[in-house]
Design a protein around this ligand. Structure first.
Ligand code: SF4
Length: 327
């Protein structure tokens, strides 16, 4: 039944950047076109910290940060190659022959001494089978010498720099202890965009931040759409154990989005994003044993199916309402 529904949706799909029922430009589709085969991103914790944790910008981190950003935990105790080989072993069973892209994921991977940043990037790129690099960072942690190095790197290989924006609303950024403003983000984004290299930029957004209503989330998507980034990741806010957000949740000061609310907002955001922006992710990965709420998010496939179904039923797709004008 589900298979029939999917093939029906695929045959009626008017969205150009898709060969399936997906009405948005998936990372999988993008990478398959670029490399000719399936791509596997390999998460690596290179042991960087974050200015929002070590006190140089803030202390305690963003209210949802468990300290082991993106769930890589204590991996930094292991070498880059050990982490890579371990994940590759698992991935190879799942997707034999997939292209491998090391992903410097934990914390802020351009925060620190330039020599160390270069050493880590070069080491990651020299891993066996590595066909490019993704680097996660904050827009306020990009020095001119780092951007110059990244621009050069992007001429040698596929490079994507992932910037956590989360929200375009400074009032929300303050609530979540983000310790940077939308203007700070725009400045870092501009440095990458004008670097003279060929850097792919991926912008991360979070839906369901405390105090944000639907219109604020749509407005953030609209502002990012104007920038025309190569990639966007949309996350659902997860309440993780031992975070400031968990305390707010327990005290009744924070209510997570329901699945229906999240699916509705994501579909509306997709409609206003450019059709050629790759959607790197539509569901976040809360580490299972750390996730407090919302528990429905553990069923990622159901959430993604709901998004596909809703786009189909609304007869809409990514970019249908894209409007390249400032709001
Ligand atoms: S910027 Fe990332 S690593 Fe730093 S505190 Fe926020 S979520 Fe954690």
């Amino acid at each position: 039944m589900v298979k029939n529904m999917k093939s029906n949706q695929a045959s009626r799909n008017p969205f150009k950047n898709s060969d399936s029922n997906k009405r948005y430009y998936t990372f999988d589709y993008f990478m398959k076109n670029r490399f000719g085969v399936k791509c596997a991103k390999i998460p690596i914790d290179a042991g960087f910290t974050c200015p929002n944790i070590d006190g140089s910008k803030g202390i305690g981190g963003c209210i949802y940060c468990s300290g082991g950003s993106a769930g890589t935990g204590t991996d930094c105790l292991r070498s880059i190659s050990e982490q890579y080989n371990n994940v590759c072993e698992i991935m190879d069973h799942k997707w034999a022959g997939a292209v491998r892209i090391p992903y410097l994921q934990a914390h802020t991977n351009t925060y620190g001494n330039i020599d160390r940043i270069i050493k880590v990037c070069e080491e990651a790129l020299s891993l066996p089978g590595a066909a490019g690099l993704h680097i996660a960072t904050r827009a306020d942690c990009l020095s001119s010498e780092t951007v110059e190095y990244l621009a050069g790197l992007s001429k040698r290989t596929y490079l994507c720099v992932e910037l956590g924006l989360q929200t375009a609303h400074d009032s929300t950024a303050e609530k979540i202890n983000r310790c940077h403003s939308f203007d700070d983000f725009l400045q870092g984004y501009g440095m990458l965009r004008n670097s003279g290299g060929d850097i792919n930029i991926c912008v991360h957004l979070i839906d369901g931040l405390p105090g944000e209503n639907d219109e604020m989330m749509i407005e953030t998507a609209q502002k990012v759409a104007q920038l025309q980034p190569e990639q966007i990741k949309i996350h659902l806010l997860h309440v993780l154990r031992e975070t400031a957000l968990e305390k707010m949740y327990i005290n009744g000061e924070y209510t997570p989005l329901t699945q229906n609310e999240y699916v509705d907002i994501v579909c509306r955001q997709l409609e206003i994003l450019p059709e050629d922006t790759v959607i790197g992710r539509l569901t976040g990965d809360g580490v299972k044993n750390e996730l407090v709420a919302p528990l429905w998010s553990q069923k990622k496939v159901c959430v993604l199916n709901d998004i596909d179904k809703t786009l189909y039923e609304r007869n809409t797709w990514q970019g249908k309402l894209y409007n390249n004008t400032t709001i």
